[in-house]
Write a protein that binds this ligand. Structure first.
Ligand SMILES: Cc1cc2nc3c(=O)[nH]c(=O)nc-3n(C[C@H](O)[C@H](O)[C@H](O)COP(=O)(O)OP(=O)(O)OC[C@H]3O[C@@H](n4cnc5c(N)ncnc54)[C@H](O)[C@@H]3O)c2cc1C
Length: 426
């Protein structure tokens, strides 16, 4: 990886983290002919704690990356269960979105996205842990320090670049090191998942369970959270639960105990027994509603979880990370064509603006939504009264899954767009 006489690696752009956000950024940069170095501390394929659910919005981004998804597990929509109701909500076939979703284990998905970035011309280096930013005397980020390998054979290196992208996930090591801390008034989720072998692993509906109980269902307290069952198509099912808080201090849901109780209360044909569980139950945080900002400052670009881009409506973070990567690449290409640092920064200021136009009002509505549903009584009221009204659920489905048209569309699309415009951007 050594590129210059001083023993530094150099690149026009260094992207830290080859998750969906980093690989999308690297792919789109490479497509534009830009020299991009993509670093990840892991080697692929690697596991990632996730529900593995891809909404139509994520499929849309996969298409943008030229990923061939034939043979992947397709789903028709969401079965929502709660308050004694069970409602099938099909993914709407939209002008801008396909009428289906997918599931793909993150081990495979992320390896495929990184490989696609490499095919486009990005240089991927695995087993490279980025340890911090390199800043010049003005504080501007102009590279990263990193460690190759582990243990006593580890080697310290530095990488110089014109622009640096932190796509390193929720830890956001670079952003934190330059003082971009979590905004406490933004929602934070916590979710946990495990895999089970199941005879129902090929079902074409994803399930969403709106009620989690502290003990016996219907007789104990309702907890602030929801569960999911996502068939993976290979005899496995991804089963998980999550909860969300409207502030940075995530909820203290005793998720291991609730997970055990909840899976035990589900219909026995799912087969969610300890014997059928594959691997441990693992949990991680979901940073939402741009909980770290600005998305560009002084040479450093934030993409995906590093910028807290998970949707507060449904905990989806893959589509926003990939879309942010595509937006970031477009701005970076313009910025690199400028002849001065001020010009570069001016061009980069377009990136946060693109994010705000796409998600600002939407995520602001999401913050209101989280404030309401973190109260289990309100959640229960919405579930009991809302689920049986098909017309309302059609609108809610589009809203919660970011499945609305930003321009044109039907009355629901227009209503959601209007709502996102009347609130101040998140
Ligand atoms: C339990 C759970 C379930 C979820 N379910 C879904 C779901 O079904 N659908 C959905 O859309 N979203 C889901 N999410 C959210 C989703 O997983 C994230 O939003 C998404 O992974 C963000 O992508 P990213 O590229 O920003 O970061 P990541 O996917 O976290 O990728 C970051 C990459 O950076 C690398 N890295 C980190 N630090 C360094 C370093 N210092 N040096 C080098 N490399 C580094 C990591 O190895 C990793 O490869 C879920 C999250 C959780 C916790």
């Amino acid at each position: 990886m050594v590129d210059d006489l001083a023993g530094n690696a150099v690149a026009d752009v260094v992207v830290v983290g080859a998750g969906p956000g980093g690989s999308s950024t690297a792919y789109h940069l490479a497509q534009l002919g830009i020299d991009v170095l993509l670093l990840d501390k892991a080697s692929f394929p690697r596991d990632k704690i996730c529900g593995d659910g891809l909404t139509p919005a994520a499929v849309h981004e996969l298409v943008h990356m030229g990923i061939d998804t034939s043979g992947w597990m397709k789903n028709r929509g969401l079965t929502v269960i709660g308050g004694g109701h069970r409602v099938h909500l099909e993914w709407p076939d939209q002008k801008s979105l396909p009428g289906y979703g997918l599931t793909r284990a993150r081990g495979e998905l992320d390896a495929e996205l990184a490989a696609q970035a490499v095919r486009a011309g990005a240089r991927l280096e695995e087993n490279v842990t980025v340890t911090g930013p390199i800043q010049d005397s003005s504080g501007r980020v102009c590279g990263v320090t990193a460690r190759i390998g582990r243990g006593k054979d580890a080697q310290e290196i530095s990488v110089r670049a014109k622009l640096v992208v932190d796509a390193g996930g929720v830890a956001a090591r670079l952003a934190t090191r330059v003082g971009l801390h979590k905004r406490v008034n933004r929602p934070m989720g916590v979710a946990a998942r495990a895999y089970f072998r199941s005879d129902r692993g090929n079902e074409e509906w994803m399930e969403s369970h709106l009620e989690l109980w502290s003990g016996t269902p219907g007789e104990s307290d309702l907890l602030p959270g929801y569960g999911w069952i996502f068939p993976m198509g290979n005899g496995l099912v991804n089963v998980g639960l999550g909860s969300v808080s409207s502030r940075a201090d995530a909820t203290a849901l005793p998720y291991k105990q609730v997970f055990r109780q909840w899976t035990a209360s589900l219909p026995s044909e799912w087969g969610f027994t300890p014997e059928n569980q594959v691997g441990p139950l693992r949990s991680a945080a979901l940073p939402m509603s741009f909980n770290r900002a600005p998305a560009y400052s002084s040479g450093l670009v934030l993409v995906g979880d590093a910028g807290g881009m998970v949707s507060p409506f449904n905990g989806e973070g893959i589509a926003p990370a990939m879309k942010a990567g595509r937006f970031a690449a477009a701005s970076i290409a313009q910025a690199l064509s400028r002849t001065s640092r001020a010009g570069c920064d001016r061009a980069m200021s377009e990136y946060p603006e693109m994010l705000r136009a796409e998600y600002g009002g939407y995520y602001q509505l999401g913050r209101v939504f989280v404030r309401l549903i973190e109260n289990p009584q309100i959640m229960r009221l919405c579930t009991n009264r809302g689920l049986p009204i098909p017309r309302l659920m059609k609108l809610v489905h589009k809203l919660l899954s970011d499945g609305y048209e930003r321009a044109g569309g039907d009355i629901d699309d227009r209503l959601i767009t209007a709502l996102t415009r009347v609130v101040p951007a998140a």
